[in-house]
Structure formats: C-alpha cells, structure tokens
Design a protein around this ligand. Structure first.
Ligand code: ADP
Length: 247
C-alpha cells in the first residue's frame, strides 16, 4: 500500500498558524530513491511541507510516515536520527574553517560546541570525506577556508556536509538560487547522482533547473496540492498557470 511503497508518505496533513491553514494535503508520497521537485508561488506551503516532514513544525491533523514508520509528532532530533537530512537556504558552513574541517564537524555525533574536535576521525571517516569531496569537485579546495569558496562551491559543501551523515531522505531548499549556469548544471548532476542512494525532495524556483532534474514535480498553492506530473505537464495545467499569474 501507500505507506509500504513510499520512502515518505503524508496523509491528510494540515498545519495551522493562529488558525490560518498554511498546509492542507490529502496525499503526498515520494518513492524510495526518487527525486521530487516541489514548486509553487510564494507562501504556497513548500517550506511548511518540509518542516512538517522534518519535525520542525507539528501538524494539526493527519499522519506522516518515513520508511514505513509513523513519525507524526516525533521531535526533529529523533526524525534526523532516523535519517532525514535538511539543507536550508541559510548557510551552515563555518567561514573560517577549511572545507575538510567543515566536513569533520558534519560527521555524525560531532557538535561545534566541543573543543578538540579535529583529528579524531577514523581513517574510514577520512576516506568517506575525501570520496564525497571528490564527487562534488571540492577535492582541490580541501584545505581552503570556506570564506574563499564561490557561492556554488559553498552549496556543494553544504550538500556534502549533509550526506556525510548518510541520511536516507534529503530535504533541499533552493539549491540553485544564485548559482551561475555552469554551477547550476553541476548541482543538477550532483542531485541526480545522489538519487541513486537517497530519496530527495527539492524546493525550487528556477524552472531551468527544474527541467534539468527531469523528475516528477508537485505543485503547491495556498497550502494545497494543485498538480503533479512532469514539468511540461504541470506548466500546461490551467490551474497552475492561474496560480502563478494570479499573484
Ligand atoms: P513557501 O515555502 O511555499 O513560500 P511557506 O511554507 O513558507 O510557503 O508558508 C506558507 C504559509 O504559511 C504562508 O502564508 C506563510 O506566511 C505562513 N507561515 C509559514 N510559517 C509560519 C509561521 N511560523 N507562523 C505564521 N505563519 C507562517
């Protein structure tokens, strides 16, 4: 059934802020190791959908399942432990630390509040960091302080910091925002590669980028699921056109 066949499944979920319904979704599911793009005008509920899956926001009604387990009402730390990783638009990279040091901090169980963090990782962890940095074309910058990275390189570092903890589901907020064409292309390639062993939900505004991802798109509007399909299908849907133009 729906719960068994999806990595994440949202059923009858509503979220309210002071009586205002920010999200009201009957059914939303993403299959295992699939990539889903969520689009919609500002205020459509895209962030709230990710917040409710990651446990940052509580739903008023409905049920949420992750890898067949019900996670409704669980704390965000617990949901993260189960394998949900989130990349926000705001940077989580430490400017004065090198690429490698940032990756060390992202290792599971590491917290920046402790001293003597560095140099304690196992050779296995070191190999893992190096493998990931190769994959995201950051190996040359391994000893570069993060403040000297380009915007695109920072985005890849953040994605790398997310995957070093081996999450099963990645929630990625606008990874192409502010990137050059070349960087956008590399970011799309990276996400498509990651899809091989992660389920990914991407919130995105850049339609060129959405096209590149060539994945199923979910359109939200005023908290409701308006349409699903390929980007070409949904962009021909009159309701979707109206939702975008009506703003
Ligand atoms: P999107 O990510 O699609 O732009 P959001 O999920 O951020 O949309 O917001 C959906 C609606 O919920 C918006 O009308 C927004 O103002 C409202 N909203 C989101 N978070 C809060 C909050 N913490 N308190 C009150 N209203 C909120």
């Amino acid at each position: 059934d729906d719960v068994e066949s999806h990595a994440v499944f949202v059923q009858g979920v509503s979220v309210e802020f002071d009586g205002f319904k920010a999200l009201d979704i009957t059914r939303f599911g993403v299959h295992f190791n699939d990539l889903r793009v969520v689009i919609g005008p500002n205020g459509a509920g895209k962030t709230t959908l990710c917040d409710v899956i990651s446990g940052k926001t509580r739903n008023k009604t409905g049920r949420i399942f992750f890898h067949k387990e019900e996670i409704t009402g669980k704390a965000d730390s617990e949901i993260a432990r189960l394998g949900v990783g989130r990349k926000f638009q705001t940077p989580t990279v430490f400017d004065s630390l090198t690429v490698y040091e940032n990756m060390e901090l992202a290792l599971p169980g590491r917290r920046p509040v402790f001293k003597n963090l560095f140099g304690k990782e196992t050779s296995e962890q070191r190999d893992k960091i190096i493998t990931i940095l190769r994959r995201v074309h950051l190996i040359e910058a391994i000893n570069t302080p993060a403040k000297f990275l380009s915007h695109g390189q920072r985005q890849w570092l953040e994605i790398s910091m997310l995957i070093v903890a081996e999450p099963k589901l990645l929630l990625v907020d606008e990874p192409a925002a502010g990137l050059t064409d070349k960087e956008t292309e590399l970011t799309a390639e990276l996400l498509l590669e990651l899809k091989g062993n992660h389920t990914i939900i991407v919130i995105e505004h850049d339609m060129e980028f959405v096209r590149r991802l060539a994945s199923k798109v979910t359109v939200l509007n005023e908290g409701k699921l308006l349409a699903e399909g390929t980007i070409d299908e949904v962009s021909k849907n009159p309701e979707v056109i109206e939702a975008y133009l009506g703003r």
